[in-house]
Design a protein around this ligand. Structure first.
Ligand code: SF4
Length: 135
């Protein structure tokens, strides 16, 4: 059996799959969501701290900017910071917005590398323990 799918539907499915992929790796899924949507005047420090260690930070920021997300912390940036970014983009000042996105990408890569190193360290430790208990 074979199916024929219209190219635009196929493309949409690919985009959705990509969006779902980064959401699956969102670090905030493991913490209290309240921190990311504080009451007016509430602290966003804890949420931003989580974002700094998130490996999909740049994807998250790009998504929020593309979908004009108005509330909460996305990609480590508050509503106000994202509005400023949108204004910069709207005014044609791509340098500022691109610079911020590039920094987010850089932090995303660093967070990913740190996670990988952590898991490597853990597996080495487990291996050492296993060898130690076998001796
Ligand atoms: S960058 Fe922050 S808000 Fe975005 S997925 Fe990661 S932890 Fe969540």
């Amino acid at each position: 059996m074979s199916f024929t799918v219209a190219p635009d539907i196929f493309l949409r499915v690919l985009i959705l799959a990509d969006e779902m992929d980064w959401r699956d790796r969102a670090l905030c899924a493991e913490v209290d969501p309240e921190a990311f949507f504080p009451e007016k005047g509430g602290s966003v420090r804890a949420a931003k701290q989580v974002c700094r260690g998130c490996e999909v930070r740049a994807d998250c920021l790009e998504y929020a900017l593309a979908h004009d997300e108005r509330f909460g912390i996305w990609g480590g940036f508050s509503e106000r910071e994202r509005r400023r970014m949108q204004r910069a983009l709207g005014a044609g000042s791509f340098i500022a917005a691109d610079d911020i996105k590039a920094r987010a990408r850089q932090q995303q890569r660093a967070a990913k590398a740190a996670r990988w190193q952590d898991s490597e360290r853990e597996s080495r430790q487990r291996k050492r323990q296993a060898l130690g208990s076998a001796a």
